[in-house]
Design a binder for this molecule. Structure first.
Ligand SMILES: [Zn+2]
Length: 147
């Protein structure tokens, strides 16, 4: 299905948008404390955020897409959280304040980008050039962790 980089990016975008809709349809809204944490890291519309606790963060079924996402660093092994627009996956028993503040900062970044597609193009470019650890969007999220 995915045979060049543009097809892969489109496939990743469609997977992310689908997961985001799934979380928004089935996840929990934030409680008052979580809403104020989200506001404190810059989120404009914390009331739109939904949290979905899972045993394992899902990965794409398509093998090529899954491997590309893992090799590029878009999806990491044993991730504790994953923010997809206003949808946030967290792994059960790992939903700490530190994790939530980090993921909420990614929500802010999506808001700034204006769309999932805009965010993804900037984020992908960063992790493909400097890697996950040094990606400016990851550094910014780490700097906003509440610990
Ligand atoms: Zn992050």
């Amino acid at each position: 299905m995915a045979n060049d980089i543009n097809d892969l990016i489109l496939a990743a975008l469609s997977w992310i948008e689908k997961q985001s809709e799934l979380i928004i349809g089935t996840g929990q809204p934030l409680n008052d404390v979580q809403i104020s944490i989200a506001r404190s890291v810059g989120v404009i519309h914390p009331e739109l955020i939904r949290l979905l606790e899972v045993d394992e963060i899902p990965v794409p079924e398509d093998a090529i897409l899954r491997q590309s996402a893992q090799i590029s660093g878009l999806l990491l092994l044993n991730m504790a959280g994953l923010t997809l627009g206003y949808g946030i996956y967290t792994r059960r028993s790992q939903t700490t304040l530190r994790l939530l503040s980090h993921e909420f900062r990614h929500v802010y970044q999506y808001e700034e980008a204006g769309s999932i597609a805009n965010f993804l193009s900037v984020y992908l470019e960063q992790i493909l050039t400097v890697g996950y650890q040094l990606a400016p969007l990851e550094i910014d999220a780490r700097e906003h962790e509440i610990i």
